[in-house]
Design a protein around this ligand. Structure first.
Ligand code: KG4
Ligand code: ZN
Length: 358
């Protein structure tokens, strides 16, 4: 059987990504343009600016990925593109460009769901992961626990009823002014909180209670944690009389207390999900795998917590490398490969009507 080549395009948020993967899962080429530093300096993502930057960079990113793979567009067999969910002005750029390439070079178009791509990436690196498996997706925009049953079939067990965990780290890091310390200047909020927390001398200094512990479902909530963190921060600022651009002494302990409660909450809910899976016999007991992905999965403290739950519940924990956990084009290309191999959701020429969706 001839190997096919799939090109993937990602523009759902603030990363312009392109990956090229063949139908055996070999990575042929890649390119990524991150808008991270621009948005960090603006104090958050400004959607029209993100869209403009995607428009400016998309062609170069695709050309660099082709160049990196040492092939031309003619050698590509299909184009996969994230069409949802995400920022509408960002999604639109990738969707338009992907469809344009397909029309111009007569290639099939494979529309991709961003969260499906995050969930399936692990199968590119670890070919032993079979359906069904449990997946926890934690990022700046999402928090969900699901069973991946087929390439295009997910059973949602729980999701955040308010904020995403990465969003809490980003907002709190900004509010703590962590990026005024040179060490943290270019880090994402989540990474800054993790590094600060690793230097704490007392992670229990601040009182946080994991939310929803009495709830019988597998949903998540982070807005309460964010408010308690803000409350502790404001109290410290009052007590310590610091200048407008200074970081409060003791911030490491607050970061550690925050990271600890987020970890405890994630672990509680995942364990509850695993108990539900066992009760309903949704995954064979000898094939239990938890895949954790999304930008927040880069956090080693959180994954160590999840590892303890996995050991207790007889699950194998699989986490893609940080490069594949955060947004990238490779996971979109791989999702295209999964769909190609399963022969689902491939549009030969009738893809004009496929629009990006929030
Ligand atoms: O998956 P991603 O690249 O984009 C979204 O779809 O959101 O995730 C970005 C998020 C940001 O909120 C960032 O603060 C968080 O992932 N993040 C981390 C770490 N590295 C990135 N959160 C916790 N610990 C980290 N080491
Ligand atoms: Zn993402």
């Amino acid at each position: 059987k001839k190997k096919q080549v799939i090109l993937g395009i990602e523009t759902s948020c603030d990363d312009t990504g392109c990956g090229i993967v063949d139908t055996e899962g070999i990575l042929l080429g890649e390119a990524l343009h991150s808008q991270h530093l621009i948005h960090l300096n603006n104090g958050g993502i400004i959607p029209p600016l993100a869209g403009d930057l995607h428009r400016k960079n998309i062609e170069n990113v695709v050309l660099s990925a082709l160049n990196n793979a040492n092939i031309t567009i003619e050698a590509v067999d299909a184009v996969a593109t994230t069409v949802k969910p995400g920022l509408p002005l960002s999604l639109m750029i990738g969707t338009k460009y992907g469809k344009y390439l397909c029309k111009k070079y007569s290639k099939p178009f494979i529309p991709i769901h961003h969260m499906e791509a995050h969930a399936l990436t692990a199968r590119m690196i670890d070919k032993s992961i079979e359906f069904p498996f449990l997946v926890l997706l934690i990022s700046g925009g999402h928090c969900l626990l699901a069973i991946a049953q087929k390439v295009d079939k997910f059973l949602l067990l729980g999701e955040s009823i308010d904020d995403a965990p990465g969003e809490v780290f980003d907002k709190m890091a900004r509010r703590m002014k962590l990026k005024n310390l040179p060490e943290f200047a270019t880090m994402s909020g989540g990474m800054a909180v993790e590094v600060a927390a690793s230097k704490a001398d007392n992670p229990l200094q601040y009182d946080f209670k994991p939310p929803m512990s009495a709830y019988k479902d597998c949903n998540f909530s982070f807005a309460g944690i964010k408010n308690v963190c803000l409350h502790h921060l404001i109290k410290e600022e009052r007590n310590k009389e610091i200048g407008p651009n200074e970081v409060i002494p003791g911030i490491n302990n607050l970061c550690a207390s925050l990271l600890l409660v987020v970890t405890r909450h994630l672990c509680h809910r995942v364990q509850r999900g695993m108990e539900y899976v066992a009760r309903k016999n949704l995954i064979p007991p000898d094939k239990q795998i938890l895949v954790v992905s999304g930008g927040v999965a880069c956090n080693n403290f959180i994954t160590e917590g999840l590892k303890i739950i996995c050991d207790t519940m007889a699950y194998k924990l699989v986490r893609p490398t940080p490069k594949l956990c955060t947004d990238n084009g490779i996971m979109i290309a791989w999702n295209g490969v999964e769909r190609w191999n399963a022969n689902v959701g491939i549009y030969e020429n009738d893809f004009d009507h496929i629009e990006s969706q929030k």
